[in-house]
Design a protein around this ligand. Structure first.
Ligand code: NDP
Length: 330
């Protein structure tokens, strides 16, 4: 394969407008790196929506191949840790933002950024998990480190990527999950993933009126931020923790310090991008063990490279359900 398919985001020097389109590129075009990977699958995360949408979002150099995660097979390697034929997964390290990413049939990256595909997962399953699911696992692990209290665990943005995987993992670990969604039509889907309670987004989205409400949640994975996070903080049980993952509902935080002072609530920030190798490996091993594969299958929305410009717009509008898995070779 001398030339291969890639989604290229480019910026018009005069208008400053960006455009994403399917093009042919060759290995010589790829950025420097230790390992060349034949990509099997990539995914659509919220950040990808920002990178392929108008304005270019987080893209740091043009032309650019977006795609913040991928799984595939090593084609060649200058690093002794990897050899041709090894199956690998990549999330984070600003790939798809500052370094060309997974929306291409080949990628060349630093060996440090990869992890070996965990036993028990296919490359397709690994990307059904992808950055969103990997982050959901990091969030669950952070809650566990601080102790999950008895009672329901709140998951916000539940029908999205992070929320879907967090719901399935927590339920599989035996926790009662209260899934917050703005899409009532996803109730059956969320119940199927293991949620025992569906909470309407409006119930948690009002401006915080009282800094403390009834002690309700034993933990929380929050993908939404903004008012919803502020409201959740005031509803946590004494000493419970909130793993803050995202800002799909806004970057502001109209909260008070009262839940921290009077209820000992912990606010745990989750960053998937700069996770050291050992943490990444530990999280992927937990995913292979604690995420039921039939539930993961129920989250998958299949896609091909040419679908990406539209899917980028959809995810920014909160219209994607579960996990989009992009077969880059289809
Ligand atoms: P998705 O778009 O798949 O999911 C986000 C969900 O949030 C939506 O599906 C929707 O859920 C809900 N939502 C969207 N807009 C609003 C709104 N205005 N008010 C309330 N709820 C809203 O994105 P991901 O799951 O991939 O990512 C979620 C967030 O996590 C993003 O901000 C992303 O950038 C961040 N993230 C952070 C990472 C990290 O390392 N910290 C890694 C990965 C993601 P529903 O329809 O059920 O209400």
């Amino acid at each position: 394969m001398s030339e291969f398919n890639a989604i290229i985001v480019d910026k018009d020097a005069e208008t400053g407008k960006t455009n994403a389109e399917l093009r042919q590129i060759s290995v010589a075009d790829l950025p420097e790196g230790d390992v060349t990977v034949a990509v099997d699958y990539s995914t659509v995360n919220y950040k990808d929506g920002l990178c392929i949408g108008p304005g270019g979002g987080l893209v740091r150099n043009y032309p650019h191949v977006p795609g913040i995660d991928f799984a595939g097979t090593v084609e060649s390697s200058n690093d002794p840790r990897y050899k041709a034929g090894d199956k690998v997964v990549l999330t984070g390290w600003r790939v798809g933002e500052a370094h060309w990413g997974g929306y291409a049939q080949k990628a060349r990256v630093k060996a440090d950024w990869l992890v070996p595909l965990p036993a028990g997962l296919t490359t397709r399953q690994a990307m059904a998990v992808g950055t969103a699911g990997f982050t959901a696992m990091l969030a669950v692990m952070a809650l566990e480190d601080h102790g999950i209290k008895a009672g329901p665990v709140l998951v916000t943005g539940a029908a999205g990527g992070v929320g879907s995987v967090a719901t399935a993992i927590l339920a599989n670990l035996g926790h009662e999950v209260a899934a917050v969604t703005g899409r009532p039509e996803t109730a059956d889907y969320l119940t199927g993933l293991g949620a025992s309670q569906i909470v309407a987004r409006e119930e948690l989205n009002e401006t915080v009126k009282r800094p403390l409400e009834a002690e309700t949640w034993g933990g929380c994975v929050d993908a939404v931020g903004g008012e919803m996070l502020a409201r959740a903080l005031g509803q946590m049980q004494y000493g419970a923790s909130v793993a803050a993952v995202g800002l799909a509902g806004g970057a502001g935080l109209p909260a008070t310090v009262i839940p921290f002072l009077l209820r000992g609530v912990n606010l745990l920030g989750i960053d998937s991008v700069m996770q050291p190798y050992d943490n990444r490996l530990r999280a992927w091993e937990r995913i292979a063990k604690d995420l039921p594969m039939d539930k993961l299958e129920a989250m998958i929305q299949p896609a091909v490279l040419s679908d990406l410009p539209q899917l980028g717009r959809d995810i920014l509008k909160g219209q994607v359900k579960g996990r989009v898995v992009v077969d880059v070779n289809a």
